[in-house]
Design a protein around this ligand. Structure first.
Ligand SMILES: *Cc1c(COP(=O)(O)O)cnc(C)c1O
Length: 384
């Protein structure tokens, strides 16, 4: 009975061209990967600084496992609050220029937890960029707060929504800094000024900018010199950090509130000591990775210029995330397949991950890519 219903649903998904499938990788997911026993250049990973697989970080993970064991064993509030967690939270708070931090099992869970906890305070509304990440949307919806939406990165639209929301006691304004599917930036100066002007709490998801922008990789808020104007900053340990997990940095009272009220923190087992140990080492390396950051952003700039000169649209990307927007689902699938035939792994990104008629190949550059990898990608795209 259930299987019948599901296979009918799955057929409909397949017919619309939006079917999703897992692709098996039999090597480490670095800049080169093995798929079907063949070597591919991998443009699909968020391992921006090529830190996943770093020997130093592996060793730090093993050291933490030797000391604490692999398991988190219980929730943080019950008996899972270990020194390695506290050390990492202290280091992350300092890195983000905030008073305190809290770790989560993933970035997704961080957004779910923070927005649902804060959004559930009475007389609160949540103001969202239209293209915010699914995890932010899910957290906002779970809170049952009134949600206002403004046009993507459009600060006029943002201000008009702020005015409409003026009667709410608590206004949470939420945006990504570098957007995950477009690689473009929120106009952060204007965003923070408008938050101050209209008395809104600013929440910035720096998933794709931490490790890449700002002094020592502190993020886009640091790059723009506005980190003290951001109330709540969220990050992931799963991208540039090359580890796993998520975190939020804010005032001590905000973190205390989450410890009391955030269900996604309270009702789950502490992050594995292996991950906390690895992330601590990773943070240390990230701070010293200025040369890698410069090379990565240089390569990204080069690739974008070349793609545009061939006639492809890369939107407003200003980062290591470069969308090659074809629009149609079929065209995108075709492009991805041709790349795959030429040993380049760059999966197509389709709705609902991106808006209708915005299907694309999302090229994700990392410090593990050589110039020759980029040239190979360009050569094949040129032939199309
Ligand atoms: C990837 C991502 C997340 C989720 O982080 P995970 O650690 O992978 O769960 C959250 N926000 C944004 C903007 C992201 O791109």
């Amino acid at each position: 009975m259930l299987d019948d219903i599901l296979s009918e649903k799955l057929s409909a998904i397949k017919e619309s061209g939006l079917s999703r499938k897992l692709r098996l990788i039999s090597s480490s997911p670095a800049a080169k990967v093995i798929i079907d026993n063949k070597k591919f250049i991998n443009f699909s990973s968020n391992n921006y600084l090529d830190l996943s697989g770093s020997k130093e970080i592996n060793a730090a993970a093993c050291e933490a496992v030797e000391k604490y064991g692999f398991g988190g064993t219980s929730s943080r509030l019950v008996g899972g609050h270990l020194s390695v967690h506290e050390k990492l939270e202290t280091a992350l708070a300092k890195f983000k220029n905030k008073k305190a931090a809290l770790l989560f099992a993933s970035g997704y869970q961080t957004n779910l937890g923070v927005l649902s906890a804060l959004g559930s305070i009475e007389n609160t509304c949540i103001i969202m960029d239209k293209l915010n990440h699914a995890s932010l949307w899910d957290g906002a919806k779970l809170s049952k707060a009134r949600i206002f939406v403004y046009e993507h990165c459009d600060m006029d639209s943002f201000e008009s929504v702020l005015k409409r929301a003026k009667d709410y006691k608590l206004k949470l304004a939420v945006t990504e800094s570098v957007f995950s599917m477009d690689g473009d930036f929120v106009p952060l100066q204007d965003f923070t000024e408008l938050c101050l002007k209209h008395d809104a709490v600013s929440i910035l998801d720096e998933a794709h900018s931490t490790g890449i922008f700002g002094k020592e990789g502190r993020g886009l808020a640091d790059e723009y010199g506005v980190s003290d104007k951001i109330d709540i900053t969220i990050g992931t340990l799963s991208k540039a950090f090359g580890a796993q997990g998520g975190f939020v940095c804010a005032s001590q009272s905000l973190i205390d509130y989450l410890v009391n009220k955030c269900r996604a923190f309270i009702y789950t087992t502490a992050v594995s000591p292996a991950i906390a140990g690895a992330a601590l080492k990773s943070l240390e390396i990230i701070k010293k990775s200025g040369d890698k950051r410069a090379m990565l952003l240089n390569n990204a700039k080069y690739l974008k210029e070349k793609l545009v000169s061939i006639g492809f649209k890369t939107g407003d990307s200003r980062s290591q995330i470069i969308p090659v927007i074809t629009g149609g689902i079929e065209q995108t699938e075709k492009l991805s397949k041709i790349l795959f035939k030429n040993f380049i792994f760059a999966p197509s990104i389709k709705p609902p991950t991106v808006p209708e008629s915005q299907a694309r190949i999302r090229i994700s550059l990392t410090a593990g890519h050589a110039k020759s990898d980029i040239e190979k990608l360009l050569k094949i795209i040129k032939m199309i």
